[in-house]
Design a protein around this ligand. Structure first.
Ligand code: 5GP
Ligand code: ZN
Length: 113
């Protein structure tokens, strides 16, 4: 996806503050943090949203949770974080490249519901 912001971040064409990386994922700080720790777990492969996943994506989706666990350990927030996935514009998704938010510490404007 040539004009996808997160694909550009994955390729290093747009800068970001990377906190964790493995073969399939990049984890970087959200530019507008809504908690003390607020990072985005982004597959290097372009998948638009949960609504776009297929059987073929099952492995990467499992790896996504393992990456969350590893990134949480690296960030020192294991056992005290929330995960958030927005789907679709009306579901709060701003960037059409699948990602999970890891949020920990004091919350700022992040509804629990
Ligand atoms: P969404 O609303 O799609 O679930 O989350 C997208 C997130 O990406 C938002 O929290 C927003 O602050 C963050 N974001 C948008 N543009 C950039 C950017 O250029 N760099 C980084 N690091 N985060 C971004
Ligand atoms: Zn993308």
């Amino acid at each position: 996806m040539t004009d996808c912001l997160f694909c550009k971040i994955v390729k290093g064409e747009v800068s970001s503050t990377v906190v964790f990386e493995n073969g399939k994922f990049l984890v970087f700080k959200d530019i507008h943090p809504k908690a003390d720790v607020h990072v985005l777990v982004v597959p290097k492969e372009h998948i638009a949203s949960v609504d776009h996943i297929t059987e073929r994506d099952k492995a990467v989706l499992g790896d996504m949770f393992l990456t969350v666990k590893d990134a949480a350990e690296k960030l020192g927030v294991s056992g005290r974080y929330r995960l958030l996935v927005n789907v679709g514009r009306d579901g709060g998704q701003e960037i059409d490249h699948l990602h999970m938010h890891i949020l920990a510490g004091d919350r700022r404007e992040v509804p629990r519901e």
